[in-house]
Design a protein around this ligand. Structure first.
Ligand SMILES: Cc1ncc(COP(=O)(O)O)c(C=O)c1O
Length: 282
């Protein structure tokens, strides 16, 4: 029998099979909540402070009280309870407004907080070497919600499915004006004339991995620049990468079926990002 999984539901560390959230929970009814996905390795959770800062900022922007908790202790207990103090894990922190009536953003009498860890199998070295095919999702998106990791994730799931249906592994998301925004679950980085860029986009999520990569590049005397980007600029780039907390940096192999230029800078970027992760607090 597989060992029982444990999850934090508010202040209780309980078996997953017993964890229940009300049908009145606004996370379920309206997607009224936020989440973070973090990577843990050997019991170490990467960039916890940065993820909590983003979650806290989103909670504040939507009038949701942010819980004061011994986060590190809770995460350690969770990983230990699930035997994930070894190996790689995907940690999810979900915060919703809980069960409270009213349209608008009523004060949360009892918000719901879930912290969950599951094993994560990263892409193989061969997959990183081959890179990912990417397909452009034709529906542009312009919403302030995009700047938050909200539970309204359906747009991104539909975009990813669009990509999967075309044999790609990630979808390229456009802003409503047709400029590049980000990936469906990733930020975008590209190399052009020897400089590293990421699209400046009104509706894109401020990626933790991007911020960390920017910091790592700075330490190398380099930089990451935020700049409005057209599809044509991306097609002319000397290298494109997808970035997120779980995967790190994945090179893009093709865009809408056309191969893109590959850069030999992947292992350098992965290495400096990895060094940041090892240096992160927890
Ligand atoms: C829409 C979107 N953009 C970007 C990212 C990358 O963010 P991070 O580097 O903080 O994991 C994610 C992460 O899942 C995402 O869902």
């Amino acid at each position: 029998m597989a060992p029982e999984e444990f999850v934090w539901l508010n202040d209780d560390l309980i078996p997953l099979s017993l964890a229940r959230v009300s049908v009145q929970d606004r996370g379920f009814l309206y997607g009224d909540g936020f989440f973070e996905t973090l990577r843990a390795e050997g019991g170490k959770v990467f960039f916890l402070r940065e993820h909590l800062e983003r979650l806290k900022a989103s909670a504040a922007a939507f009038r949701l009280a942010f819980p004061t908790l011994p986060w590190e202790m809770r995460l350690r207990q969770l990983l230990a309870a699930n035997g994930m103090d070894r190996g790689v894990a995907r940690v999810k922190i979900l915060l919703t407004r809980g069960a409270v009536e009213g349209l608008g953003l009523p004060p949360a009498a009892s918000p719901t907080l879930v912290i969950w860890a599951r094993p994560y199998i990263p892409p193989s070295p061969e997959e990183y070497a081959a890179g990912w095919p990417v397909a452009t999702f034709p529906e542009g998106r312009a919403t302030f919600l995009g700047r938050h990791k909200s539970l309204n994730y359906l747009f991104y799931l539909a975009a990813r499915q669009f990509a999967l249906d075309r044999g790609a592994k990630e979808a390229l998301i456009l802003e409503a004006d047709g400029r590049i925004s980000e990936g469906a679950a990733t930020s975008l980085v590209y190399l052009s004339a020897g400089r590293y860029y990421t699209p400046e986009a009104a509706s894109a999520l401020p990626g933790v991995t991007l911020a960390l990569l920017s910091r790592a590049l700075k330490k190398q005397g380099l930089g990451l620049e935020w700049t409005p980007t057209h599809v044509s600029q991306l097609k002319e780039a000397q290298g494109i990468w997808l970035a997120n907390s779980l995967m790190g940096l994945m090179p893009v192999a093709s865009l809408d079926g056309e191969p893109v230029t590959r850069s030999d800078r992947s292992s350098f970027l992965q290495q400096i990002l990895g060094a940041e992760a090892q240096a992160s607090d927890f």
